[in-house]
Design a protein around this ligand. Structure first.
Ligand code: XMP
Length: 513
């Protein structure tokens, strides 16, 4: 296994993803991890991620110096390369010449990292995102590739098995990046690449049992989405009836979903399930609130309050389980004082109040969405749940810009249902990452029959993505869009105009709020 020390890059998780795609188990730890902890993990290799800091800043982050004395291979990427160079006696400087985006590097040497992939003399495309650069190599290193902006684009010390890249091999914009990483893990570190999801299931069940103990009781918030469903079934497999799921119906779900959750988990999987109808409470507290972050905070807070109430009725529990995924962890790091920037505060991460005094079990914390689906299938969950599009914790509240009312939710549910129905009929559900309707709080004039209408507009959103971090608009046929629009305007009272959102992420986000 390989350890990734995170210096706060937005793309650190992609390193983990690339490694797992080649069957290598890895974990991501903050760069502050102590030498003892790292040694205890016994990694076959260590990767130092990129990060937003500059090595010239006072107090800029460093890895534990012992990382370079454990006799294991180290790969430093971007900032990781900088700190490795400095920690091993080289010199780096902040540069005005920031290099960002695609760049070409000239390869003029060979090393274990590039072996069989980049030949000396070749010019190769890579993706750069850096400000600092090395000005003096540490002893033992030589340059293997250089670009105009980065004279030390790839450096190597084959003897100690230390490598550094100024570019990001983990992003798809570095065409041979995954192969370079594979050379590091399989070639340099000697990983066999035999890690599988079946292995993860067994390891995670053992980890849950070890953490929860023979008597420990766990409560789990179940939303019916892929993540909490997979988490619940995995936990149920690990600890059986010591798991109770609490389903808080906040009234912001898709039409018919609440009933489906109860039927699936209580009846089909025999999981202990508390179903709390809190629709009036949530809508009451959201009344008059229009600010997106405010809505997210209110929903997050109420969710915890209701959840706490239900779990105290149960007589308490020792652990709280959450279906937190890796991208949620990364996108929320700054909220807990880490180095990346908060775009939205996801309501399902880290919001546990101090006084709840429960341990946290997050069995999916290391996984990406598509990996959770593989795990779900492995656990025998039905395809209609495993293949379900992601749905945000705050639900339709963040798909109704402006005030959320029961009436607006009901209108949106109807439009959403029609959109998804058409998508399923067209056989497109599985090729789309997420599709939903958004109710716009503007009224526009229309003509219905012989009369004038003055109703809400609605936007349809459908994107493709592999991890939700970036997304492309789905290019529907015009006939599909006009057919769907026609149905919505005719069948949903309250909507008289339909638009299609054609913004990719970035610069847009997938949800509207
Ligand atoms: P954005 O809108 O940030 O969304 O591009 C990325 C992915 O995250 C989902 N999302 C959430 N999921 N709680 C969740 O569980 C949340 O608060 C939340 N906000 C956004 C969104 O649906 C998309 O899949």
């Amino acid at each position: 296994r390989v350890l990734i020390l995170d210096f706060g890059s937005q793309v650190t998780q992609l390193i983990a993803r690339r490694l797992r795609e080649t069957g290598v188990y890895c974990e991501i730890w903050p760069f502050t991890a102590s030498a003892e902890r790292i040694a205890g993990f016994a990694p076959r290799g260590i990767i130092l991620s990129g990060g937003p800091a500059s090595t010239s800043d006072a107090g800029s982050p460093r890895a534990a110096q012992e990382v370079f004395g454990m006799g294991v291979p180290v790969l430093g990427i971007c900032y990781g390369q900088m700190t490795m160079a400095l920690q091993l006696g080289g010199k780096a400087e902040g540069s005005d010449h920031r290099e960002f985006g695609a760049a070409d590097v000239d390869v003029f040497g060979d090393c274990a990292l590039t072996s069989g992939i980049w030949a000396p003399g070749a010019r190769e495309r890579v993706w750069m995102s850096h400000g600092d650069r090395i000005i003096e190599l540490p002893p033992g290193f030589r340059v293997v590739a250089r670009s105009e902006g980065a004279p030390y684009a790839l450096i190597a010390d084959d003897e100690r098995r230390f490598y550094g890249t100024m570019f990001h091999p983990e992003v798809v914009h570095t065409p041979h990046g995954a192969a370079l990483l594979r050379n590091f893990t399989h070639g340099v570190c000697g990983c066999t690449g035999d890690w599988t999801m079946a292995g993860f299931r067994a390891e995670e069940i053992a980890r849950i049992r070890a953490k929860v103990g023979p008597e420990g009781r766990v409560v789990c918030g179940l939303s019916g989405g892929v993540d909490s469903s997979v988490a619940a079934v995995l936990l149920h497999e690990a600890i059986g009836d010591r798991l109770t799921c609490i389903f808080v119906d906040h009234g912001l779900l898709r039409a018919g979903e609440a009933d489906q959750v109860v039927a699936t988990f209580r009846d089909r999987f025999n999981i202990k399930l508390v179903h709390r109808d809190a629709r009036d409470l949530f809508l009451g507290q959201l009344s008059g609130v229009t600010d997106p972050e405010q809505k997210r905070k209110i929903i997050g807070r109420l969710f915890i309050e209701v959840f706490e109430e239900e779990q105290s009725i149960l007589g308490g529990a020792d652990f709280l389980a959450q279906g937190t995924l890796y991208p949620d962890v990364i996108e929320s790091v700054s909220a807990t004082g880490g180095p990346s920037v908060t775009i939205k505060s996801h309501h399902n991460v880290g919001g546990l109040p101090e006084h709840m005094r429960m341990g946290l079990v997050e069995p999916l914390r290391e996984l990406f969405k598509d990996e959770v689906r593989v795990l779900g299938r492995e656990l025998g969950l039905p395809e209609e749940i495993v293949g379900r599009h992601p749905f945000p914790g705050p639900g339709m509240a963040i798909r109704i810009p402006g005030e959320v009312t029961a009436e607006r939710v009901a209108i949106l549910q109807k439009a959403d249902l029609i959109f998804l129905d058409e998508i399923r009929k067209a056989g497109l559900y599985d090729v789309i990452w997420q599709a939903f309707a958004v109710l716009l709080p503007v009224r526009t004039v229309g003509v219905m029959g012989d009369g004038r209408s003055y109703d809400f507009a609605c936007a349809l959103r459908a994107v493709t993505s592999t991890d939700g971090m970036t997304a492309e608009v789905y290019p529907f046929e015009m006939a599909f869009l006009t057919r769907t629009s026609g149905r919505i305007v005719n069948e949903v009272r309250g909507i008289n105009r339909v638009t299609y959102d054609i913004t990719s992420k970035p610069p847009g986000t997938i949800e509207w709020e």
